[in-house]
Design a protein around this ligand. Structure first.
Ligand code: TYD
Length: 153
């Protein structure tokens, strides 16, 4: 099973979409392995968005993540990284396909509802960045065999 990081961005908290977005991942069959509300620091965001540090919008993107607390989640499932990225959709909400989270709830590049790890390697780094080890939980939902065939997991 893979684990991946999702951050519900400040736009999602402010617009009252927390339940709707979490519900999408639950309905898909992903397992919530960790979740907390936290106010991110500029320092942590500089690390998180280091790949954008040469971009003109670097500070703007970081500031937008500090408008209010965010909700960080760890979702678990078979191929969870790819599944969650596909559910998030393209970065630009205006271009994201209808049916994806960004496609259904966002009109913006920056205010695009969620962050989702883009590879398994990144997911491992990002989960360590936002969660302590004891904040990620191991458990098996009783409905696991309604989600997967026994040769899939
Ligand atoms: P990025 O890691 O490229 O995209 P994604 O979130 O889809 O993995 O960019 C990180 C965030 O930076 C993105 O979610 C929104 C913001 N951003 C902008 O505001 N303008 C831009 O031109 C880009 C590329 C990103």
């Amino acid at each position: 099973m893979e684990r991946t990081l999702v951050i519900l961005k400040p736009c999602t908290i402010e617009r009252g979409l927390i339940g709707e977005i979490i519900s999408r991942f639950e309905k898909k069959g992903l397992k919530l392995a960790g979740m907390k509300m936290t106010w991110l620091t500029d320092e942590l965001l500089s690390e998180h968005y280091a790949h954008l540090k040469e971009k003109s919008f670097f500070q703007r993107v970081k500031d937008a993540m500090r408008v209010c607390p965010v909700i960080v989640c760890c979702w678990e499932g078979l191929d969870a990284v790819e599944v969650v990225r596909a559910m998030a959709g393209k970065t630009n909400g205006r271009l994201a396909a209808p049916g994806t989270i960004r496609g259904d709830y966002s009109m913006s590049v920056q205010e695009n509802i969620v962050h989702a790890s883009d590879s398994l390697e990144t997911a491992e780094i990002e989960l360590k960045r936002f969660f302590k080890e004891e904040e990620i939980f191991d458990y098996t939902p009783s409905y696991i065999w309604s989600l997967y065939a026994n040769d899939e997991i």
